[in-house]
Design a protein around this ligand. Structure first.
Ligand code: UD1
Length: 422
C-alpha cells in the first residue's frame, strides 16, 4: 500500500486550482439515471469515490466514458434495472444509498446494501427510509439489504427529524417524477444539495426552495439528459486554505466559491489571518500572531464537520487555547490520537475538544482512519518538524484529486511512496 512522506516546515506559496465537488458529483452522477439518453458532466473530479459510483451506475445499466484529462464524464442511459449490487462495490461508500431515489422513481423498486463508508459514528439511513415510506414505499431489511417497493410513488409532506444532506438529496431524486406536490421540511441547505437541485431542474424537474429549509418538488412526467458543470469542492478548498494557514504561507485558491467556505474564512480572520476574496478566488496570507478560536460544527451555513479535523491540526500550532465542538457526528475525533503522537496537547470531553496549541508538531509514524482525519494528518505534517510517514492513504484518495501534485506545486515537500507494509 502506498504511503506519504512529508518533510514539514516549508511555507506554502502560490495558486491552487480547486477541483469539482465530490459530494455534489456523487448524487448528480446517480441522478443521471433519471433520464434516458446521454448526460455530459463537466468538472468531475477523478477520485476513488467517483470511480466507485460510476461502477454502481454501470451495474444498474448505464454506459459511461470518463475522460480524466478533461474531467468530463459521459453517461449513456438506455434502460435501467434494479439488482442487488455486490457488497464489495458499496461497502466503502455510503453514497451508494443514493441509487434508491432514482430506482424508486423509475422502477418502483430498489435493493440497496446497507451502506458502509467513513468510520465516523453510526450514520444510519433511517431518515432516507422514513421519507420513502411517506412517499408510498414499503421497506424491508433482508440479509444486509434494504428492499424498497412502491407500486406507485405518491406525493407527501415529510419533515426530516434531523438535517441530513444524504436524505435531502435522495428524497428529492425520489420525488421528481411523482405527480403532485412533495414538500420536504428541515432540509439540508448545503451547496452540494443545491447543485443537485440545479442539475435536476436543468433536466426539466420543478424544484423550488433549494438552499432553504423547505424544498417543494412538483412532479413532472419525464426528465431529459443535459450537459452540466459540477460546482467547486468547498471541502478541498478549505483544506488548502488550512494548509496555507498552518505553514504561515501565502496561498491563493482559484476556481472556488468563497461564499461556500465563509464560516472557515470568518474563523481564520478572527484568529488573525489576512484573507482576501475575489469572485472565484480566496487568498490567505500569514497572521503575525494568530489567536486561539472556538467553533462548533453545524449544518450549512455553519462550520462544516468535514473541515473540523484539519482545522484542529491548525489549532495545535496556535499559541493559546482553541475549542472545537463536533455536533454532527459522534465519533469524529479519530485524528486526535494521531495528532497527539505528533506532540499535540488535545483533551476530549464528550463532543468537545480542547486544544492547547503552540508547541511545534513533530514527525511521527501515523495512520489515516477516515477521509477528513486523513486531511488533518496531511495538514499537520506540512508544519511538523522532521519527515512524517502517513499510512492508509487510500482514505484521502477518496476525496482529494492530485493531492501530491497540488501540494508540490505550492512548494510542499511531499512524496507518494509505492508499496508500504501496511
Ligand atoms: C454528507 C457528506 C459528508 C458530510 C455530511 C455532513 C456526502 C457523500 N457526504 O454525508 O461528507 O460529513 O454530509 O455534512 O455528501 N443521519 C441519521 N439518519 C439518516 C441520515 C443521517 O441519523 O438517515 C445522521 C448522521 O448519522 C449524522 C447526521 O445525520 O449524524 C448528518 O448526516 P448526513 O447529513 O446525512 O451525512 P451524509 O449525507 O452521510
Amino acid at each position: 500500500m502506498d504511503y506519504y512522506r512529508i518533510k514539514g516546515g516549508k511555507k506554502l506559496k502560490g495558486q491552487v486550482r480547486i477541483s469539482g465537488a465530490k459530494n455534489a458529483a456523487l448524487p448528480v452522477i446517480v441522478a443521471s439515471l433519471l433520464a434516458d439518453g446521454e448526460t455530459v458532466l463537466k468538472n468531475v473530479p477523478d477520485l476513488k469515490d467517483i470511480r466507485t459510483i460510476i461502477k454502481v451506475i454501470e451495474y444498474l445499466g448505464a454506459e459511461t466514458d470518463f475522460n480524466v484529462e478533461t474531467n468530463t464524464l459521459r453517461i449513456m442511459v438506455n434502460s435501467i434495472k434494479n439488482g442487488e449490487m455486490p457488497y464489495e462495490l458499496v461497502k466503502t461508500m455510503r453514497a451508494s444509498v443514493y441509487v434508491m431515489g432514482p430506482l424508486l422513481a423509475r422502477l418502483g423498486e430498489a435493493d440497496v446494501s446497507l451502506p458502509g463508508g467513513c468510520a465516523i459514528g453510526e450514520r444510519p439511513v433511517d431518515i432516507h427510509l422514513a421519507g420513502f415510506e411517506a412517499m408510498g414505499a414499503s421497506i424491508q431489511l433482508e440479509h444486509g439489504y434494504i428492499k424498497a417497493r412502491a407500486k406507485k410513488m405518491k406525493p407527501a409532506t415529510f419533515t426530516m427529524r434531523q438535517v441530513s444532506v444524504g436524505a435531502t438529496a435522495n428524497l428529492m431524486m425520489g420525488a421528481v417524477l411523482t405527480a403532485g406536490s412533495t414538500v420536504l421540511e428541515n432540509c439540508a441547505m448545503e451547496p452540494d444539495v443545491v447543485d443537485l437541485g440545479k442539475f435536476l431542474n436543468k433536466m426539466g424537474a420543478k424544484i423550488s426552495g433549494l438552499g432553504t429549509e423547505r424544498i417543494t418538488i412538483e412532479g413532472v412526467k419525464k426528465l431529459s439528459p443535459v450537459t452540466y458543470t459540477i460546482m467547486p469542492d468547498r471541502i478541498e478548498a478549505g483544506t488548502y486554505l488550512l494548509a496555507g494557514a498552518i505553514t504561515r504561507g501565502d496561498v491563493t485558491l482559484t476556481h472556488c466559491v468563497p461564499e461556500h467556505i465563509q464560516s472557515l474564512i470568518d474563523t481564520l480572520k478572527e484568529s488573525g489571518f489576512t484573507i482576501e476574496t475575489g469572485e472565484s478566488r480566496v487568498r490567505i496570507a500569514p497572521a503575525k500572531k494568530p489567536a486561539g478560536f472556538m467553533i462548533k460544527t453545524l449544518p450549512y451555513p455553519g462550520f462544516p464537520t468535514d473541515l473540523q479535523a484539519p482545522l484542529m491540526a491548525l489549532a495545535t500550532t496556535i499559541q493559546g487555547i482553541s475549542v472545537i465542538i463536533e455536533t454532527i457526528f459522534e465519533n469524529r475525533y479519530t485524528h486526535v490520537g494521531e495528532l497527539r503522537r505528533m506532540g499535540a496537547d488535545i483533551s476530549i470531553e464528550g463532543n468537545t475538544a480542547i486544544i492547547r496549541g503552540g508547541n511545534r508538531l513533530m514527525s511521527a509514524p501515523i495512520m489515516m482512519s477516515d477521509l477528513r482525519a486523513g486531511a488533518a494528518l496531511i495538514v499537520a505534517s506540512l508544519a511538523a518538524k522532521g519527515v512524517t510517514e502517513i499510512r492508509r492513504i487510500y482514505h484521502s484518495d477518496r476525496g482529494y484529486e492530485n493531492l501530491t501534485e497540488k501540494l508540490s506545486a505550492l512548494g510542499a515537500d511531499i512524496r507518494r511512496v509505492k508499496g508500504g507494509t501496511f
